[in-house]
Write a protein that binds this ligand. Sequence first.
Ligand code: FAD
Ligand code: NAD
Length: 448
Amino acid sequence: MAEFDYDLFVIGAGSGGVRASRIAASHGAKVAVAEEYRVGGTCVIRGCVPKKLLVYASQFAEELHDTAKLGWTLGEKSFDWAALRDFVASDVDRLERAYGSTLANNKVEHFAERATVTGPNTVRLASGREISAKYILVAVGAWPVMPDFPGNELAITSNEVFHLGSFPKRVVIQGAGYIALEFAGIFNALGAQVTVVNRSDKILRGYEEALTERLLPIMRARGIEFRFNSPIESLVKQADGSICVNTKGFLPLEADCVLVATGRRPKTDGLGLENAGITLGASGEVPVDDYNATSCPSIYAVGDVTNRVQLTPVAIREGHAFADTVFGGMPRTIAYDHIPSAAFTQPPIAGVGLTEAQAREAGYEVKIYTSDFRPMKNMFAARAERGFYKLVVDASSDKVLGVHMIGPDAPEILQAVAIAVKAGLTKADFDATVALHPSMAEELVLMR
Ligand SMILES: Cc1cc2nc3c(=O)[nH]c(=O)nc-3n(C[C@H](O)[C@H](O)[C@H](O)COP(=O)(O)OP(=O)(O)OC[C@H]3O[C@@H](n4cnc5c(N)ncnc54)[C@H](O)[C@@H]3O)c2cc1C
Ligand SMILES: NC(=O)c1ccc[n+]([C@@H]2O[C@H](COP(=O)([O-])OP(=O)(O)OC[C@H]3O[C@@H](n4cnc5c(N)ncnc54)[C@H](O)[C@@H]3O)[C@@H](O)[C@H]2O)c1
């Protein structure tokens, strides 16, 4: 009889957990995964994918407006939130089925229930069943943080925002990170009056400041109000059903929807890791080494729960590297130094490598190249918004240390140029590349 029920028991069927399960099974392991909500996890069910669909949908407001200038005559335009919401939900259902099939096709057993850790090699399912495994992978992701203020039960998080019963005319969003600013763009473009309230005066911390300084006035010009150094103090339900939002130092606001987007904390409460001798970090994260190993030799962790970089492609890579290391005989770590990222704001911003400030702090003598241009698309539409690209170059080696951009399609362009930065190409290599004209991306090889 086998010593354990499974070679691998994965807790959480999200980006990291599904990839790890599939690859471990392909290496010949007997694998099971427990998922307490829906297969696919945050990215597929209530994150990147439905968010991106809302971004696409909302951008049509601008595109439809622009068509008139380009000779098109359209009928009367109207927007139906329920139709968009239900379409997005049906696409999420489709993807959930696809992820379920991936597990089944790879012979990964799926338990549709919560699991907790009871020891170094044992888990307990919500149904009470005890299961043993040679290895346990913790891939439980993170959960929205809700700051403590009176009336916070009236606010929603990104978990609920995809399911709103009706389209809110007035939206207050707390936070100025990814989720806050992406949804500010979505609601604004779809016609809501949007106010962003933040505890500091920084937006999208970690991005190149030249980009965020460009983004802020554009968002304001598009009609989004910002209240800085002004976190929510309280929310009060009014007789007409609206919410009175009291923020520090300003007059109260009225809102139909208050979205709080103040970060995501590893979802380890009640997970039982202490039963395996694992001590959580200050933010509830599971501490791991470069190989995703915890202090307990039979337990590993990947993805948001480790609080390294909360991005889907990173969780997927960590899950894959774990499976190759433990079941494929190919010990692998992943590199965290050239992770491209984008905020799908309107316009979007994207970056890879070091910002100017980070490069200087790391001791580089840098050369900076910039391009400040008006995209052709905006020219046609008589929109004043300008794009901005910035290259951070090491003066001594000529290596491009970072590329940062704001403007239409910036994430699409950035993914391609990230290969060049990852490969360690020099500014001279960029200069030697012939421009592709007319495009916005050609600015990358024309900066002198
Ligand atoms: C609104 C939003 C937009 C985002 N947009 C982007 C984006 O554009 N690009 C990007 O790269 N990233 C984006 N992210 C981040 C991305 O979704 C996460 O980094 C990614 O999903 C992390 O993967 P994971 O496997 O660590 O966790 P998750 O995908 O969260 O999976 C964890 C799974 O574990 C399950 N679970 C938790 N506890 C238990 C338990 N005890 N038992 C059983 N199951 C359990 C959960 O239900 C969940 O399904 C976004 C996130 C949000 C919230
Ligand atoms: N496009 C993308 O790749 C994308 C999109 C959405 C989310 N994500 C991932 O999900 C994570 C979570 O997103 P997020 O927007 O919630 O977090 P975030 O870390 O991007 O932003 C958090 C914001 O909340 C503010 N804040 C934090 N604590 C607060 C408090 N107690 N009171 C008031 N304000 C507070 C911060 O100042 C910041 O502006 C991101 O860090 C990112 O890794 C990525």
